[in-house]
Design a protein around this ligand. Structure first.
Ligand code: SAH
Length: 349
C-alpha cells in the first residue's frame, strides 16, 4: 500500500468508511502525498495525456475563440484571461501565441491561473512567466473575464449514491483487513434517483461552476469548459483511476494514480444558470474543433514539415476530433454574461 493509503486506512479505522469525495480530495490534494501535489502527471512518461499536450492546434483554435469573444465584448482595454487547472501551461502558451497576432487583444490580456499543484505551477511558470497564480477562484481580479478550463472539472471530487429497491446507499471506501475496498453504507440523504444504478453527485463541481459563472456575469465575459462527460444527467459509475496510461482500481494506488469521473454537463450548466449566466451551448469536441478550422490549420502546419512529423501532426488532429477517439466523449460548453453575442460556433448550425 502507498504511504497515503496507510494514512487513509488509519482515518477509516478511526472514523469509519470514507465518502468518495473525501477519498478523491485526499488522493488528489493531500498536502504532502496528494497526486497533483507531488508530480507532473502529464505526457508519455506520466499517467495520462490531454488535448493541448497532443497537439498545438487545440490551443491555437481556442486562442481564435478567445480573440473573437474579446471582440464581441467590445474589445476592452484590459481583461482577465483566466485558466482553471492549467496543467503544464501548454494550452495558455498556445492561446497567447495566437493572441499575439491581434496586438490590441494581447496587450489587453492579463493572465491569471488557478492552480493548486506546486509541481505544475513550476511548469506553468516556465511557459507563462507573466501570469498571476491563484489557489481558488475567490481571489480573481475584478476585470471582464474570459475563462478556459480543459480537463479541470473531472478532477474535482464527486459522491456516489446507489438506489437498490426503496433504499439509498452511499458508495464509500472502507477496509477489508488492511486493504482499502469500495463498499456501500445506508444513506440518510434524500437522493432523487430514478431507476437503479449509481448516481454521481456533482455538488462540489457545481459550486465551482457557480463561482466561474459569477465571475463572468458580474464582470462581463465568457467561459469555455472542455471535458469528458455527458450532456444530460444519467446514471452510471464513471469513477476511474489511471496509472501510467492504464486503468487501475480506484482503491489501488492512492496518491499515485489519477482519479477522475465524467462531468455531468447538465448539472454544471444548471449551476451557471443560477448565477444568471447564459449557457450558450454544448457541442462535442469534434464538432467544435472542426467548426473552428481544425482541418485548415492542420494543413497549413503540415505544409511546413515532412515525414514522421507530418504523419504525427495529422494523426494528432484526428485523435482530437474523431468520433471514436476524443471527438465525441469530450464536450465543449460555453457560458456567457447576458447580452453578449452568442460566440461562434455555438448556435452556428
Ligand atoms: N488543463 C490541463 C491539465 C489538466 S489536469 C491540460 O489540459 O493539460 C487537471 C489540472 O487541474 C491540473 O493542473 C491540476 O493540478 C489542476 N487541479 C486539480 N484540482 C484542482 C483544484 N481543486 N484547484 C485548482 N486546480 C486543480
Amino acid at each position: 500500500m502507498t504511504v497515503l493509503g496507510e494514512i487513509i486506512a488509519g482515518m477509516i479505522r478511526e472514523d469509519g468508511p470514507m465518502a468518495i469525495d473525501r477519498y478523491m480530495s485526499l488522493c488528489l490534494g493531500h498536502p504532502q502525498h496528494g497526486y497533483y501535489i507531488t508530480r507532473d502527471p502529464l505526457g508519455a512518461a506520466g499517467d495520462f495525456t490531454t488535448s493541448p499536450e497532443i497537439s498545438q492546434v487545440f490551443g491555437e483554435l481556442i486562442g481564435v475563440w478567445v480573440a473573437q469573444v474579446w471582440q464581441s465584448m467590445g474589445s476592452p482595454r484590459r481583461f482577465a484571461l483566466i485558466e482553471l487547472g492549467p496543467g503544464r501551461g501548454t494550452l495558455m502558451a498556445d492561446i497567447l501565441r495566437v493572441l499575439a497576432k491581434v496586438d490590441a487583444c494581447a496587450k489587453a490580456a492579463e493572465v491569471h491561473l488557478v492552480e493548486t499543484s506546486p509541481a505544475l505551477r513550476a511548469a506553468q511558470q516556465a511557459r507563462v512567466p507573466q501570469a498571476t497564480w491563484h489557489h481558488t477562484l475567490a481571489s480573481l481580479p475584478a476585470l471582464p473575464s474570459i475563462i478556459v478550463a480543459n480537463e479541470f472539472f473531472d478532477a474535482l471530487p464527486i459522491r456516489q449514491f446507489e438506489r437498490r429497491g426503496h433504499s439509498v446507499f452511499e458508495r464509500v471506501v472502507g477496509l477489508s483487513g488492511d486493504r482499502l475496498e469500495l463498499g456501500l453504507v445506508p444513506s440518510p440523504m434524500e437522493v432523487r434517483i430514478r431507476g437503479e444504478g449509481v448516481f454521481e453527485d456533482q455538488t462540489i463541481r457545481a459550486a465551482v461552476a457557480r463561482e466561474m459563472a459569477d465571475q463572468v456575469t458580474r464582470l462581463g465575459g465568457a467561459a469555455l469548459v472542455i471535458d469528458y462527460g455527458h450532456a444530460r444527467t444519467a446514471l452510471g459509475d464513471t469513477l476511474q483511476a489511471m496509472y501510467r496510461h492504464s486503468h487501475v482500481a480506484v482503491t489501488d494506488r492512492p496518491g499515485e494514480a489519477d482519479i477522475t469521473s465524467h462531468v455531468d454537463f447538465e448539472a454544471l450548466g444548471r449551476a451557471c444558470l443560477v448565477e444568471n449566466a447564459v449557457v450558450a451551448g454544448l457541442m462535442t469536441q469534434g464538432d467544435f474543433l472542426n467548426a473552428m478550422g481544425l482541418e485548415a490549420r492542420t494543413e497549413v502546419l503540415a505544409r511546413s514539415v515532412t515525414g514522421d512529423t507530418r504523419t504525427q501532426l495529422v494523426a494528432a488532429s484526428e485523435r482530437l476530433a474523431h468520433h471514436d477517439q476524443m471527438g465525441h466523449l469530450f464536450k465543449v460548453m460555453a457560458v456567457t454574461s447576458a447580452g453578449l453575442a452568442l460566440p461562434y460556433p455555438f448556435g452556428a448550425r
